[in-house]
Structures are given as structure tokens and as C-alpha cells.
Design a protein around this ligand. Structure first.
Ligand code: NAD
Length: 498
């Protein structure tokens, strides 16, 4: 390992941000935050409890009921959203350094996150300004139209992979819609979220519209989910956590948006451009350290090219540069936390009995400390193997052969998840037919993971419920009130008239 990069002005204590003020937990609780290269505690963070969530929801409720934000014209909100995007961009370098330090993501991949986060705000600014709502006319008889209204206080609960970008993905549409928010970031990675308060202040977002409570899922997250004053929860995280949140949100009947786990297939037919498919299948599972919800973590390859594919793929995987996340040459950095590292390593060990190890298989040589895993490739993995079925969320991939389209489809769909899928073939009809039959919320044909912000984002089966993206996000954060008026004379059955 080279010298450990420590960002300038690294905070040693991270607070909540409630009603425009940086505060500690009412009861003074804290938790330790580690960096994934040294695994040392670099900071403490305020550990939010129910009392802190109550304060944050009270502030967000005041800002919603008594404040200007929900009543601003779309153009007024859009102006502030664009200023938020500008403020994010001016922090691009800082943000990338903090994100890399806290998450272990390679710096070159962290850099793109600020741009994407800013783009989220600009996109939703444009969308609300251009938005039209339905009017349904029955000429001479009735006029019906939709009034769109922000729902209220939105609870936003986010995971630790690409934390800032995923927070922006919820904050931008929630704010664009006129909601006020309480954000509960992931406890492994609270650092980059501490930039939001300064960004929103610089953009003149009114006080109390944005509130942030750090803390553990079982305390702060749980209190937010159960709070009767929070009608919406937008959650991204593990499927099992999503299930718990569903149960806990039942009593107060909340609106839920669930972006959950994945075990996405990358299906490569013999007629595909093999070099392009290999580039994509490598990037698809080893970028972002494999800690990517849409990772193509199962590669299914047509039998006639299987051996050639495995050989070429493994040679490239062995060549991937693993190392200090701050080094621009690094392609795979350090996994986020020792607990997650132990989980991924347990799958690496399990894989040795479930598949044929072609690359990796443990800690890379020369990296004796930090949460490093060598990009690991298992071939000949059977569909009932745990490494084929379960989300590992690290740089580990399972490869299996298939004989024909039918078997490829059965393998692709034969898991509980249904987030993304990638298909490589030069046969146009096969590509579209196969895509239609895939049980996946998103399919990329001869491409990977580049997404237009207008398109629906979300999974089926255990990968989620509801779709975000474009108007679908606005639909989640707004109520659509239908207003009806009769034109001309009203004809009403005259009860009690005779
Ligand atoms: P996680 O479920 O452990 O935690 C996510 C968030 O939920 C954290 O903020 C956590 O504190 C909170 N939480 C935990 N228990 C809670 C509870 N009982 N009530 C309320 N909140 C609670 O997930 P993670 O390990 O941070 O993230 C990795 C997972 O996220 C993977 O499964 C990955 O696939 C998924 N993910 C999905 C998408 C998507 O868009 N589908 C995107 C990114 C990540």
C-alpha cells in the first residue's frame, strides 16, 4: 500500500442538521466511523435516536405547513435546484476525496458521482418547470383535471455504495415536488452527506426543508419509518431491510418506494462482439468495487464460446489494478467496512467449493491491511449454488454455460432478484425477444448501465417495488387530486323529493 491519503479538513465529528442547525443527538449518543484503508476510527458521528427523528420531522413539518417551499411556483423551486447543482459542482474535487476516503471507491469512479448528482438536480428542475398535468374533457358535460400537490415530509433512507449520488437521487425529486425531507444516510459512510447542509445553505433552500439525521438503521432509520408524521419513505438498500421497513410502515400506511438488491445476469451469445462483451462484463461487476446494485454478477455464456470467454475474461480479471482508492491508477479499491469485507470473503471461500476458481480468490498480494479483495472469477457454477443465487455485493463473479436461448432464459430468471440484465448478441430479433422475457426491471442490450434520467429505474421480484426516474419520481412525491365539474345543468337523482 502506498501512503494513506487523508483529505484536508477531515471532520473528526459529524453532526445532524436539523432546522438549519448542526446539532448532536439530544442524548449525546455517537458511533464510530472507519475508513476502509486503515480500518481506523477517523471520526465519531452523532447517533440519532427517536428523539432526534422527532425533532427533524417537527422541523420538516413546520417548513411544509408554514413555509414557502411547497407553495413556490415550479420556476422558483427550479431556480434553487439549479443553484444546488452549481454548489455541488464547485465541490466536485472535495466530494470525490471524501467519498473515496469514506467508501474505498476508486477516485476516478468517485469523480463522476458529483457530476451525476448535479445532473439529478438540473434534470428535476427542468422536469417540474415543463410538467403538464392531465385534463380530461367530456365536451358540454364535464371537465376533469388533476391538481398535483406535494405529499408532505418525505423520509429518505440510503445505502453506503455511492452514498452522495444515491442521496441526490432521492433529494432532487422530493424537493422538486415541494416536499420537505428528513434524510437518514448509511451509517458506514456519513462523511459526504455532511456536505449537503452547506450546499443547501449556499443555494438558499429555506430553513427546515432539508434535515439530516445520522445513525443506525435500527434506531434512526426505524424511528423515521414508524413516525406518523412521515407519509412517504423512499428506501434504497438490502432486500431484507426493505421487508422489515414494509412491515414497520404498515401501521401508518405510508407510501413506499423500494430499490433493493440484485443478482443481475449478463447473457453472452456466440454471435456477440466478444471483445465488447468482455469489456462490459468486466466493468459490469468490478466497477465500484462490485458494490453496485446493478452489478452483472452472473455471466451466462453460450457453450460454443464458453472456454474462449472464460480464458480471456480470467486473464483480464487477473490484470485489474487493485490498490489504494486515492491512486488514479486503481481500478478496484477497498471494500467499505470490515463487516462487509468478512461477508464478501466468506462467499469467496464458499465459491471454492461451488465453482472452478479462475482468478483472485482472496486478498491480493502486497495488500496486507485494508479491505482488499482480488477480483474473483468462478466458472462452471451450478444454478443452485449460493454464489449463483445470493447477492455478494463485491468483486466476485459466477460464470455458467448455456446451450440455447431457452436455457439462457431459465438461468437468467432463476433467482429471486430482478433488477437489471445485460444481453450481448448481434441478432436483433433475439435481443428484443429475449429482453421481453427477462424478469428484470432494466435491460441493457449490447451496452451497460448508462441510463437516461427520463427512463424508469427499478426492479421486479425481490429487487424492489415502484419505479423512480423522470415523472415516476414526481408521481411518488406528489398526490394527484382529481377535480371534477359538471358543465351545464347538474342532473342529480332527487332523493326525498316526492
Ligand atoms: P442496508 O439495507 O443494510 O441499509 C440501507 C439503509 O437502511 C441504511 O441507511 C441503514 O441504516 C438503513 N436501515 C437498516 N435497517 C433499517 C430499519 N430497520 N429501518 C429503517 N432503516 C434501516 O443496505 P446497505 O448494506 O447499506 O446497501 C447495500 C444494499 O443496497 C445492496 O443490497 C444493494 O443491492 C442495495 N442497493 C440497491 C439499489 C437499487 O437501486 N436497487 C441501489 C444501491 C444499493
Amino acid at each position: 500500500m502506498t501512503g494513506h491519503f487523508i483529505p484536508e479538513d477531515l471532520p473528526h465529528h459529524i453532526q445532524h442538521y436539523i432546522d438549519g442547525r448542526h446539532v448532536d443527538s439530544a442524548g449525546g449518543e455517537t458511533f464510530d466511523v472507519l475508513d476502509p484503508v486503515s480500518n481506523g476510527n477517523y471520526a465519531t458521528a452523532a447517533a440519532g435516536q427517536k428523539a432526534d427523528i422527532d425533532l427533524a420531522v417537527a422541523a420538516a413539518t413546520r417548513a411544509f405547513k408554514d413555509g414557502l417551499w411547497p407553495h413556490l411556483k415550479a420556476r422558483g423551486r427550479a431556480r434553487i435546484l439549479n443553484k444546488i447543482a452549481d454548489a455541488i459542482e464547485t465541490r466536485e474535487t472535495k466530494l470525490a476525496e471524501l467519498e473515496t476516503f469514506d467508501t474505498g471507491l476508486p477516485i476516478t469512479q468517485a469523480r463522476g458521482q458529483a457530476q451525476r448528482a448535479a445532473e439529478n438536480f438540473r434534470f428535476f428542475a427542468d422536469l417540474v418547470v415543463a410538467q403538464v398535468d392531465d385534463a380530461m374533457k367530456v365536451p358540454g358535460a364535464q371537465l376533469n383535471y388533476v391538481n398535483r400537490k406535494p405529499v408532505g415530509v418525505a423520509g429518505l433512507i440510503t445505502p453506503w455504495n455511492t452514498p452522495f449520488m444515491l442521496e441526490s437521487w432521492k433529494l432532487a425529486p422530493a424537493l422538486a415536488s415541494g416536499c420537505t425531507v428528513v434524510l437518514k444516510p448509511a451509517e458506514f459512510t456519513p462523511l459526504s452527506a455532511s456536505l449537503w447542509a452547506g450546499i443547501f445553505e449556499e443555494a438558499d433552500l429555506p430553513q427546515g426543508v432539508f434535515n439530516l439525521v445520522n445513525g443506525l438503521g435500527d434506531d434512526a432509520g426505524d424511528a423515521l419509518v414508524k413516525h406518523p408524521g412521515v407519509p412517504l419513505i423512499s428506501f434504497t438498500g438490502e432486500t431484507t431491510t426493505g421487508q422489515t421497513i414494509f412491515r414497520n410502515a404498515a401501521d401508518s400506511l405510508k407510501g413506499l418506494s423500494m430499490e433493493l438488491g440484485g443478482k443481475s445476469p449478463c447473457v453472452i451469445f456466440a454471435d456477440a462482439d466478444l471483445d465488447a462483451a468482455i469489456d462490459s462484463a468486466l466493468f459490469g461487476v468490478f466497477s465500484l468495487n462490485g458494490e453496485r446494485c446493478t452489478a452483472g454478477s452472473r455471466i451466462l455464456v453460450e457453450r460454443s464460446i464458453y472456454d474462449e470467454f472464460c480464458e480471456k475474461y480470467a486473464a483480464r480479471a487477473k490484470n485489474i489494478v487493485v490498490g489504494d482508492p486515492h491512486d488514479p491508477a486503481t481500478e478496484v479499491g477497498a471494500l467499505v467496512h470490515p463487516e462487509h469485507y468478512a461477508k464478501v470473503m466468506s462467499y469467496v471461500e464458499l465459491g471454492k467449493s461451488e465453482g472452478r476458481l479462475l482468478a483472485g480468490g482472496g486478498r491480493p498480494a502486497g495488500l496486507d491491511t485494508g479491505n482488499y479483495v482480488a477480483p474473483t472469477v468462478f466458472a462452471d457454477v451450478r444454478p443452485d449454488a449460493r454464489i449463483f443465487q445470493e447477492e455478494i455485493f463485491g468483486p466476485v463473479v459466477a460464470i455458467a454455460p448455456f446451450a440455447d436461448d431457452g436455457e439462457a432464459l431459465a438461468l437468467a430468471n432463476g433467482v429471486k432478484y430482478g433488477l437489471a440484465a445485460y444481453v450481448w448478441t448481434n441478432d436483433l430479433a433475439r435481443a428484443h425477444t429475449f429482453a421481453q422475457n427477462l424478469e428484470a426491471g432494466m435491460v441493457w442490450l449490447n451496452s451497460h448501465n448508462v441510463r437516461d434520467l427520463r427512463t424508469p429505474f427499478g426492479g421486479v421480484k425481490a429487487s424492489g417495488l415502484g419505479h423512480e426516474g423522470g415523472y415516476r419520481s414526481i408521481d411518488f412525491y406528489t398526490d394527484q387530486q382529481a377535480v371534477h365539474i359538471t358543465l351545464g345543468t347538474v342532473h342529480t337523482p332527487r332523493f326525498g323529493a316526492s
